[in-house]
Design a protein around this ligand. Structure first.
Ligand SMILES: [Zn+2]
Length: 488
């Protein structure tokens, strides 16, 4: 008896020591960075230009027949007019009519260029919600300390913010050692195939290989949103894939006075329930592990102990992350039933019913695997499973490195301009233009330098999109400082 108690005591002691040592070795990855003021920015002028750009309705429509080119041409003209130093010092190439590529030649052609990505197009404002906008979506109103309208966050602030940064740097006499590209696609919101993909193709033809691209995708999460409880610049190192499947149930139709027990709608309903109850498995994938290797050491003691000892607490961490939809989406491929169709008359049983299911694929999985999963879960020959025809699947991106000079310079620059903030790599849950540049840059990073809180998340693609004037000034400073820092 004594022997067993002693053995247990020894095992417990070893365990405690292991946990303790791991926790002590789990140290901060944040460099010691002093905050700075950054370059001098003429915010009043910059805000006027952003406002003028918001007024141009550069909308991407799902149906290409609805496309209107004129606002894109006007935006290109506005850029030429308002950025004289850029016009004079950068080489501009128009790609596929509406996309723009600017090259700012560096003095040292041995250095690999850096490329800033952003998109000129915006999503429409939903018709039924127009009366809920405080200021009309394409008014570009400057009021209450904000610029209001569609594109202020996504993504004209990045287009114009990078241009402002370059314009201000040229005005101050700065000439880069490293070549800088600004690449603005015109159809990101509908997949980027005509914009970003064509720019990337052109850059490949020219033999341009960037050290990194920097695109939208992640932001500075304020302390309420960040799992670390402090402002956190999340730099996206990967993005999820995208695939949509259509399930079609076939059965015998007929009159509703003599129904069979298995109509097409009933069969389909069973399949939908099965899919919702059998989610793709959760896993602590590479990207999430990277995220928490940066965030973990900044968290409270209990979290720190857990993340430092994943070998012991791995499944507890996963079930904690599964509990919130936002964190659940980080650790598994998600299943979303988005459309349903079936039936044509109240007293007739249809012979066919269909559902559309959208999946966001975790890096490491593929669209083919998702389709197999669906077929396995449904396991019903009366239901066919097909990729939808008007949208090709996008596979998850490759994972960019978080231990490069580029990555740490982006993080350090964020710390310089967002006092008290930490930074960490992350997984982008939606899609960006970056996937088109996977072969034309060593790494693809995704970070738009503005702070978002819980109240702001719904504004992107939603109602009352706006950017704080002060925050826009900071964006410009960030882009300029990053160019300066990458030049050292
Ligand atoms: Zn966007």
């Amino acid at each position: 008896m004594k022997k067993i108690a002693l053995t247990l005591l020894v095992i417990t002691l070893i365990l405690v020591v292991c946990i303790g040592v791991n926790t002590l070795q789990f140290t901060s990855k944040q460099p010691n960075v002093a905050s700075i003021d950054g370059i001098e920015v003429n915010t009043a002028r910059a805000v006027q230009t952003l406002s003028a750009a918001i007024k141009l309705e550069t909308i991407s429509h799902q149906n290409s027949k609805d496309a209107v080119d004129q606002p894109f041409f006007e935006l290109a003209q506005l850029i030429s007019d308002r950025f004289p130093a850029v016009a004079q010092n950068l080489q501009k190439t128009v790609i596929n009519k509406k996309s723009l590529l600017y090259k700012w030649q560096g003095k040292n052609s041995q250095l690999k260029p850096i490329t800033f990505l952003a998109h000129l197009d915006v999503v429409p404002a939903e018709q039924g919600t127009l009366d809920q906008w405080k200021y009309p979506p394409f008014s570009g109103v400057i009021a209450e300390g904000f610029v209001w309208g569609r594109g202020t966050l996504d993504d004209k602030s990045s287009v114009l913010g990078t241009l402002e940064a370059v314009e201000h740097l040229i005005e101050s006499g700065f000439a880069p050692n490293r070549t800088v590209y600004l690449a603005f696609g015109h159809d990101e919101e509908i997949g980027g195939k005509q914009g970003a993909a064509k720019i990337a193709e052109y850059m490949a033809q020219q033999g341009i290989n960037s050290l990194f691209t920097l695109d939208e995708g992640m932001v500075v999460l304020n302390k309420q949103l960040s799992p670390a409880g402090k402002d956190t610049a999340i730099i996206g190192i990967a993005e999820k894939g995208y695939v949509t499947l259509r399930l079609t149930a076939h059965a015998e139709g007929g009159h509703s006075s003599m129904p069979t027990s298995t109509g097409a709608i009933g069969i389909l309903a069973g399949a939908i329930t099965a899919l919702e109850q059998n989610q793709r498995p959760s896993k602590f994938a590479d990207t999430v592990e990277e995220t928490f290797s940066f965030l973990g050491p900044e968290m409270g003691l209990v979290d720190r102990i857990m993340f430092a000892n994943q070998w012991l607490f791995g499944s507890a961490i996963i079930s904690a992350l599964e509990r919130k939809t936002s964190t659940a989406a980080m650790i598994r491929s998600t299943t979303a039933i988005t459309m349903i169709e079936g039936g044509f008359k109240e007293n007739a049983i249809p012979s066919q019913a269909s559902a559309t299911v959208n999946f966001r694929i975790l890096p490491g999985e593929s669209s083919a695997e998702i389709k197999k999963h669906v077929e396995r879960v449904i396991a019903n020959p009366a239901i066919s499973v097909d990729f939808i025809t008007n949208s090709t699947p996008t596979e998850p991106s490759k994972i960019s490195a978080a231990d490069t000079t580029g990555f740490s310079t982006i993080g350090r620059t964020a710390q310089q301009l967002f006092p008290g903030a930490i930074f960490a790599p992350g997984l982008v849950l939606a899609g960006t233009d970056s996937v088109n540049y996977q072969n034309s840059a060593e790494n693809n990073y995704r970070f738009a330098p503005y702070v978002l809180g819980p109240d702001d998340l719904g504004r992107i693609h939603g109602i009352n999109e706006r950017i704080r004037i002060e925050d826009y000034g900071l964006m410009i400073k960030f882009y300029a400082q990053l160019i300066i820092n990458m030049d050292e």
